[in-house]
Design a protein around this ligand. Structure first.
Ligand code: HEC
Length: 154
């Protein structure tokens, strides 16, 4: 290896070390389930709740279960960005703060996203196999959404 390449590699290594210092404020609620959580607004059956918690809450709630790689930059940066963007679209922890109309629209959006297999998205599934939704799980969530939407229209 030429001296130049060694130097360049060394500089990259230094940059990698230095950026480790930059660590975001974590999206963790320390076990405090918020009073506006989805589960406080509707009767959510255990199976549906556990599917949403495993597959969606990391990016769509105020509490993320951080994997080890989340502490390594620049991965941490990408993950934090997903959480920020995901929460902006949909936050299950703040469900009770949405208007009735928004709740209904968001439930419909959830149904569409999972039926089309768009959520959770593939780069996340690559590292979180347990978050993958089987046809069975999709059916359970869709059935619950349809009955909940019908109920809230009464
Ligand atoms: C790795 C993070 C991540 C996970 C896990 C995740 N999402 Fe998302 N989700 C996002 C991001 C980022 C956006 C906003 C950008 C976009 O639409 O692609 C989003 C957008 C959405 C939207 C809004 C789309 C729209 O057009 O209104 C819905 C609905 C949604 N997600 C549902 C879900 C559901 C349901 C799950 C679990 C089955 C889930 N997401 C899992 C990151 C995630």
């Amino acid at each position: 290896m030429s001296i130049l390449i060694k130097r360049i590699l060394f500089i990259f290594f230094l940059i990698f070390l230095i950026i480790q210092v930059i660590q975001p404020v974590r999206n963790i609620d320390y076990g405090q389930v918020s009073s506006s959580d989805l589960s406080k607004v509707y009767k959510v059956p255990k199976n549906v709740e556990s599917i949403l918690k495993t597959s969606c809450y990391d990016c769509h709630s105020n509490s993320t279960e951080y994997p080890v790689y989340a502490y390594i930059q620049p991965l941490s940066f990408f993950l934090e960005n997903h959480i920020k963007e995901g929460k902006k679209e949909l936050n299950f922890s703040e469900w009770g703060l949405y208007s009735k109309r928004k709740q209904s629209n968001k439930l419909e959006a959830v149904e569409n996203q999972i039926k089309q297999g768009k959520m959770p998205f593939s780069s996340y599934l690559y590292l979180h196999h347990d978050a993958k939704l089987s046809d069975e799980k999709i059916k359970e969530v869709v059935n619950w959404i349809e009955s909940t939407r019908a109920e809230s229209k009464k």
